[in-house]
Design a protein around this ligand. Structure first.
Ligand code: UGA
Length: 454
């Protein structure tokens, strides 16, 4: 099928590359000409495991374009995968979404186009996008748009760091549409994924037991709400275990054991129960805020989601409080942060706890040293004013440090020679912000070990 994708961020690019790999003819459109130049050269503007490799395999089916003209006139499906960043008041900024909708209306010349919202958009946006597309089509072409367009919602559930795996082997596919023709087009598009009939690349092998993927076919509003409800549930699950972690710490319980003990109940599940400094990233914070804001428009409050947000905010403060309790005086101390990205296997720094924690420590008069295996370049570009010492290795962070705090649980940090790390520090104190390190081993090397919970 002929597919166009507007926006080459995590969602757009991953979708484009996967659909290209499955044999569809895909045009990825982005107004950022630097990104387009990079992509044409076979490079990816984001760090995502195996994306470059899969893009190379899909290359014969992929093209990249810096403008709408010439890139969607005969498409059968167009995905809108542009950013919806939070604006000053917390509500999503829909500027790029409306530009994309207008661009589609202006440039489409075929008979029938399925316009798919893949960006996380406020509930009700499907109808709004439809009216923008039709309006600009009618202005441009001077004829009625009736019957030429159908808007569908197809929310994305991929996680950064495992984006390709999540797209090729999803737990489910959700499609919201009230138009049969549009539904048929999207079934055909996703058929290889729904039936799992494609040959998986060796570096992204199909996990054992993955068979046909469930399809939820529903109305627009339900599909839009599924996205928010899923992210808010996952965020709440993490905040819940972090809340239990605080009690675990008081009563002397081990939160990892508690999480395992409850998670093995199939009704609860073991995933997203890793206690620590909480969630970051561009999704959970933004989507929980948007859900609360939408509910407010209907005079509803969402106390569970609000509490999850508050607990998450407090987890970051606890890092500073714990170091203060242990070191007594923070002014003049050197604190090393291991990890900047909001989670491992990405260089994404949006809403990263490390940034907040570094700021709080600097306010308290600490000297802050930082390292990340992948995100250093991005950090120096995006936070030139944050006065921290950027280090080339974790060992350099340890030099003369009064304490180290593990902020992102990169595998590299688990495998460090912690004996050497201890020998380079002023005092071997480690705060394991992700409960990811081997406490007994670190204590053998003379570390005083602090968990974030339990
Ligand atoms: C999240 C969702 O998991 C995806 O399903 C969704 O598609 C995506 O948002 C989105 O809306 O675009 P992502 O933000 O990439 O994906 O990353 P997650 O793996 O969900 O992690 C989010 C944060 O939660 C990270 O900071 C991670 O460190 C933290 N986390 C995760 C925990 O603190 N504990 C856990 O047990 C799991």
């Amino acid at each position: 099928m002929r597919v166009s994708i507007i926006g080459t961020g995590y969602v757009g690019l991953t979708t484009g590359v996967c659909l290209g790999f499955l044999g569809h003819k895909v045009t990825c459109i982005d107004s950022d000409q630097n990104k387009i130049a990079l992509l044409r050269a076979g490079k990816t503007p984001i760090y995502e495991p195996f994306l470059t490799e899969l893009m190379a395999e899909a290359r014969p089916n992929l093209s990249f374009c810096g403008e709408y003209a010439g890139s969607l006139q005969d498409a059968e499906v167009v995905f809108i995968a542009v950013g919806t960043p939070p604006s000053a008041d917390g509500s999503p900024d829909l500027r790029y979404l409306s530009e994309a909708a207008r661009g589609i209306g202006q440039h489409f010349e075929g008979d029938f186009l399925v316009v798919v919202n893949k960006s996380t958009v406020p509930i009700g946006s499907g109808n709004w996008v439809g009216s923008l597309v039709r309006e600009s089509y009618e202005q441009q072409h001077g004829r009625k748009a009736n019957g030429h367009f159908s808007v569908a919602s197809n929310p994305e559930f991929l996680r950064e760091g495992t984006a390709l795996h999540d797209s090729l082997f999803p737990d489910r596919v959700v499609i919201g549409s009230d138009n049969n023709r549009a539904l048929q087009v999207l079934y055909s598009l996703y058929r290889p994924i729904l039936d799992q009939t494609f040959a998986a690349p060796t570096y992204l092998a199909r996990p054992e037991g993955v068979g046909a993927v469930p399809l939820i076919s529903t109305d627009l509003a339900s599909a839009e709400l599924i996205k928010y409800a899923a992210n808010a549930f996952l965020a709440t699950k993490i905040s819940y275990i972090n809340e239990i972690g605080q009690l675990a710490e008081k009563v002397g319980a081990d939160i990892s054991q508690v999480a395992k003990g409850i998670g093995l109940d199939a009704r609860i599940g073991t995933r997203f129960l890793q206690a620590g400094i909480g969630w970051g990233g561009s999704c959970f914070g933004k989507d929980t805020a948007a859900l609360v804001a939408t509910a407010r428009e209907y005079s509803l409050s969402m106390p569970i989601v609000e509490a999850a947000r508050e607990i998450n905010r407090r987890q970051r403060e606890r890092v500073v409080e714990k170091l203060l309790a242990e070191l007594k005086i923070l002014k003049g101390r050197t604190i090393g942060l291991l990890g900047l990205a909001f989670k491992p296997n990405t260089d994404d720094l949006r809403e990263a706890p490390a940034i907040d924690i570094a700021r709080k420590l600097i306010e308290r008069g600490c000297k802050v040293k930082v390292h990340d295996p992948v995100a250093m370049d991005r950090f120096e570009r995006e936070y030139p004013d944050l006065s921290v010492v950027c280090c080339e290795s974790p060992e350099e962070v340890a030099d003369e440090a009064d304490a180290l705090a593990l902020i992102t649980e990169w595998q590299d940090y688990r495998e460090l020679d912690w004996e050497v790390m201890a020998s380079r520090m002023r005092s071997p104190l480690v705060l394991d912000g992700r409960n990811a390190l081997d406490r007994a081993r670190l204590e053998r090397f003379g570390f005083r070990y602090l968990g974030i919970a339990g």
